[in-house]
Design a protein around this ligand. Structure first.
Ligand code: ZN
Length: 158
């Protein structure tokens, strides 16, 4: 589908794609990308299942838990208290991934930031990265929380 880019007004590509999550239901993906200025935006909407639940919580305590599906709409805030990190909502930035995928995102950001840090802040970043390794190996636990006022985010255990 073609439409006007909200940033530069040029013709851009707009996509609506249904996506099925087994034992849960359908999710609609929206994406806009503009070849002229490079603008990109995406969002998700739950069509069934956990719709309207604003807060999801899960204790991640085993390697199998890492495969749990996570849907984050651009209004969803992800929090991992054990790591002291959160992924703040950003308009146009949504994703469907797994708990492991969320951890990889956090890992990437922490690594990037720690490069410019020194002393205590660098140590804190390194502690977070070690903790993530332990969680991925099933040796440590963490709680995953998603708050989404629109009810379009979800944690979907298998
Ligand atoms: Zn544009």
């Amino acid at each position: 589908m073609k439409g006007r880019c909200p940033v530069c007004g040029a013709e851009s590509n707009q996509e609506f794609k249904p996506y099925n999550i087994p034992y849960f239901g359908d999710v609609m993906l929206f994406a806009v990308s503009c070849p002229s200025c490079g603008y990109h935006s995406s969002d998700v909407m739950l069509l069934s299942g956990g719709k309207n639940k604003k807060r999801h919580e899960m204790l991640v305590s085993s390697v199998e838990d890492l495969n749990t599906t996570v849907v984050r709409s651009s209004y969803g805030r992800i929090e991992i208290p054990e790591l002291g990190v959160s992924v703040e909502p950003r308009k146009g930035e949504s994703f469907i991934t797994t708990v492991e995928g969320v951890l990889m995102r956090v890992e990437r950001v922490v690594k990037m930031l720690s490069r410019e840090e020194e002393g205590a802040r660098k140590e804190r970043a390194e502690r977070i990265l070690r903790r993530i390794e332990d969680i991925k190996a099933g040796k440590a636990k963490m709680k995953l929380i998603i708050d989404d006022p629109t009810g379009n985010s979800a944690i979907i255990p298998r």
